[in-house]
Design a protein around this ligand. Sequence first.
Ligand SMILES: [Zn+2]
Length: 162
Amino acid sequence: MSWEIMRSETGPCDCGAGTMIHVMEMDDWNPTRSSTEIHCPACEEKRSRELKADRAREKRRDELLRRAKQLATDRYLENWLARFAGMSKRAAWERYTGGSGYPALGTFYQHVKHSGSLSKYMEWCFPNELEKSLRILGVEDKEIEALLKEHSRLWRPTSKSL
Ligand SMILES: [Zn+2]
């Protein structure tokens, strides 16, 4: 399998002092890939700074989410599990989804089965569907909300995808 260049376009770089070459390639199976070469020290450097900033931002986002999950687990998991304790799977599903939406009842049963028990599955759901879980619990926790808000505010990367 080899990649063949289908198209290559050369244009000025962002600052105008050098060039950027945009290459589109195709292999025998037809998928394409594209890449951009920057031939300008200033733009190259800017690009690498942006990538670095993106990575730092991703790390910060992971950290915010991890803290939100940790706080919520420490504060509310016990209460959460108590809400579903002793319930039938169907009743738990109704409480969790409000009777519609994701997951569908059959999917919910499967997830419970794969998790090993209803409480194991609900324990998994709690941090992984954190906002939904807190809504169901009726909890308003300013500290956790602030972490989640900052987490979604930071989602947009600084660098343009080339
Ligand atoms: Zn440039």
